[in-house]
Design a protein around this ligand. Structure first.
Ligand code: ADP
Ligand code: ZN
Length: 734
């Protein structure tokens, strides 16, 4: 006979369970038990056991349960003393997860990137004057008491420093009862910005632009505006007004910038306008500082954050506006773990939470232009530079006719222009988007090319370091003297230019000029910031730089920009090649003449009839966009069609290819969706992994996510050795 415990003892005690999203590539949250007396709600940030580890998770939405057999479920260990992730933030995480086809736990992890910030910052120990004087007064003691007599609280060290005495003097006074210990709240990282600290005087077109944007901010609710204004038109001043208005409404602001760690002058400009710096968020911050920014954004102590794309996942207490500066910039696309475009996801966050977003660019993305044409975004146009400064005069140099001298890359026309600029005491920038000395080294005797042992890319010579390096994986070896293939000594030859090689050529022609090479491999962020400042102060005559110099810096003396190879980006099979080249070259030439001096841009090209070159020199951006939009529409390319790329990588070429083929065969057929490939990726090998690509193309209204889910489900069993990466709206086709 069986005994029914219910009958004998009444109902068994049950345990409350909640879903918890953990930082794992799982499709759904896991259930955990809530210990008696513990208070949790959806959004609570908690510590839970996961296998042998303890991880940080978030109590998620979804059915709570009651478990009878509590032994099977592990309990939540701890609830952090931290504002819970809001319903909006949870909705945003779900949305990004569904759109990018990434596990929700991995998206949530991006919102929790501040390990020690979940508990409150510890209080700081301080001292307060009690009013009682010590029995014996000394000059040192007098100094301390004079300072502390103001009734303010001090830290022990701070007080000693301020009084110019050793801390034992302070200790002596404390022992005598002159001070009592107190606890102070940790100081905020940045002061509160004041929307009316230094109100600007906007000029005509800026006023109209600001009015149009402010109308959206005052109306509240979701809206998207695009500020499309030429370089130097004062777009920043205009969106500062939107920020001021949002601050007056008591809400927080997020400013996304593509290269925040290098834009120190942006922070200063912000401070001049608002009387305090914004909180900064990027990967070069010290861990402690990052944690403080995270915490203070969550508590509302920080009102404005300026950050790189990952700042989009900060859990703001009351976010009311996002600005996406340089919205066209490819740096907004993350291609690591969760593949997402921060510009697009910022629009999603604003829509979910119901607040305005402002996109800003001198060369907007085709996507945003089309959204304006369709009336989904409001377009605000600034056609001229601030204070009547002229745009640089742009000319093409036809390299078929103006041949550089043997072994050189700079045409006589460009060299002459550089010479004249330097003579006038002004600055010239030579732009080449290639780091190092030469992109390829080969042996003149046997033709051997130096290739990375683990990637399908050439090793790039870096002369300053005396190394050849792989720009894919970082592999490096000392620059060899002899060919490893045929053994011949001293017959290796550098093919093509990098910035270091251009610097060599410049130094040969202008031995007395102060030449500076600026490229991301030439030192850490601190050094680069210092060099950018030095250029702005006029401490270099000729700057040779990669795209690092294209972004947002003001160089008052710069009046000539020379593009060493304007064709560089046009050759690859990227559907955005024309757009990218147009944007990059407009931005780089836009560095010239921003403070009103007459300025020039010279573009070396072998294709002077190319539509991109013609659009650049005519200054007719509208014609360029019209043409590009028509072509995209005809080919059903984004934003008129949708693309998802799937990269299959494996240890062997055969494995990768077989898996990719099987995926394709198993894929469902659906009207309006086509699969291209698999084909070996242009970068067929990265870090020893062989890569094959499938490109899924769909109509504008196709449900790509549903199709891909089905395709992945129907495909071959996932094996350990094989990795499948889905990239929705790909930017890179390598
Ligand atoms: P953009 O962001 O469009 O490239 P900026 O906002 O950087 O342009 O403005 C270009 C320059 O003009 C900056 O040096 C800025 O300080 C100055 N400027 C723009 N608008 C004003 C204004 N209303 N009053 C004073 N200076 C301004
Ligand atoms: Zn490599």
């Amino acid at each position: 006979m069986t005994t029914d415990s219910h009958d004998m003892f009444g109902p068994l005690p049950t345990v409350r369970t909640v879903p918890v999203l953990v930082p794992m590539p799982a499709a759904t949250p896991y259930s955990y038990a809530v210990p008696a007396g513990m208070a949790v709600e959806p959004g609570s940030i908690v510590q839970v056991p996961l296998g042998p580890r303890k991880v940080v998770g978030v109590v998620w939405d979804g059915a709570e349960g009651n478990a009878v057999d509590a032994k099977k479920l592990r309990p939540i260990e701890k609830v952090f003393d931290c504002p819970p992730l809001s319903a909006e933030m949870r909705g945003f995480i779900e949305w990004v997860s569904a759109y990018t086809l990434s596990p929700p736990g991995l998206v949530a992890r991006m919102a929790l990137r501040a390990p020690a910030a979940f508990d409150p910052e510890p209080m700081v120990e301080g001292l307060r004057f009690t009013g009682s004087e010590p029995e014996r007064m000394t000059p040192a003691r007098r100094k301390v008491l004079e300072l502390a007599g103001d009734g303010m609280s001090w830290t022990r060290i701070g007080l000693a420093h301020a009084a110019g005495v050793s801390s034992s003097v302070v200790d002596g006074l404390t022992a005598q009862g002159a001070f009592e210990p107190i606890f102070l709240a940790p100081p905020p990282l940045v002061a509160k910005p004041d929307p009316d600290f230094v109100p600007p005087s906007l000029e005509g077109p800026q006023n109209d632009a600001a009015r149009a944007i402010l109308a959206d901010i005052r109306a509240g609710g979701f809206s998207v505006a695009l500020i499309d204004g030429v370089t130097g038109s004062g777009k920043t001043e205009v969106y500062f007004e939107a920020i001021a208005e949002t601050l007056r409404q008591g809400r927080q602001v997020l400013i996304l910038l593509p290269e925040i760690s290098l834009t120190a002058d942006f922070l200063e400009r912000f401070q001049d306008r608002f009387g305090a710096k914004p909180g900064e968020w990027h990967s070069d911050l010290a861990t402690r500082t990052r944690e403080k920014v995270w915490r203070q954004a969550a508590t509302g102590d920080i009102r404005v954050v300026a950050g790189a794309r990952s700042a989009l996942f900060l859990p703001f207490e009351n976010l009311g506006l996002i600005i996406v500066d340089e919205e066209h910039d490819p740096a907004y696309k993350q291609e690591d773990r969760v593949y997402y475009n921060a510009r697009d996801m910022a629009v999603v966050r604003a829509r979910i939470a119901g607040f305005p977003i402002v996109l800003v660019s001198a060369t907007p993305s085709v996507e945003s232009q089309v959204n304006c044409q369709a009336g989904r975004y409001k377009k605000v146009h600034l056609a001229t530079r601030f204070a009547g400064a002229a745009m640089p005069d742009l000319h093409l140099i036809d390299m078929r006719r103006h041949t550089p001298e043997r072994g050189g890359f700079l045409s006589p026309v460009l060299l002459r222009a550089v010479g004249k600029t330097v003579e006038r005491g002004e600055q010239a920038l030579l732009f080449l988007n290639r780091r190092g000395y030469a992109p390829l080294t080969l042996c003149r005797v046997c033709g051997h090319r130096f290739q990375c042992p683990q990637c399908s890319s050439w090793l790039v010579e870096h002369r300053f370091r005396n190394q050849i390096q792989c720009h894919q994986c970082g592999y490096a070896e000392p620059t060899p003297n002899a060919c490893p293939e045929c053994g011949t000594l001293d017959h290796l030859v550098a093919c093509g230019p990098g910035v270091e090689r251009i610097a060599e050529e410049v130094e040969k022609h202008f031995p007395d000029a102060r030449t500076l090479v600026l490229s991301s491999d030439m030192g850490g962020v601190k050094r680069l910031r210092l060099e950018l400042d030095a250029i702005a102060r006029g401490e270099a005559d000729i700057v040779i730089g990669t795209q690092l110099v294209a972004k947002g810096h003001n160089f008052p003396l710069m009046t000539l920009v020379g593009i060493v190879d304007a064709d560089i980006g046009l050759a690859n099979g990227d559907p955005r090649a024309a757009e990218r080249t147009f944007q990059l070259l407009s931005q780089v030439t836009g560095r010239a003449g921003r403070t009103g001096r007459k300025s020039h841009g010279l573009l070396q090209t072998f294709q002077p009839q190319h539509p991109v070159m013609l659009a650049l020199v005519s200054g007719d951006a509208d014609a360029f966009y019209e043409r590009e939009i028509t072509e995209r529409e005809r080919a059903a390319l984004p934003p008129f069609g949708r693309l998802v790329s799937v990269i299959v990588s494996a240890d062997t070429r055969a494995e990768a290819e077989t898996h990719a083929r099987q995926m394709r065969h198993a894929a469902p057929t659906l009207d309006g969706i086509a699969i291209l490939g698999p084909a070996e990726a242009p970068l067929a090998l990265i870090r020893g992994r062989h890569r094959f690509r499938l490109l899924v193309h769909g109509r504008r209204n196709s449900d790509m996510q549903a199709f891909l889910k089905d395709m992945l489900q129907a495909g071959p069993k996932q094996r350990r050795s094989i990795h499948v990466q889905v990239d929705v709206d790909p930017q890179s086709f390598l």
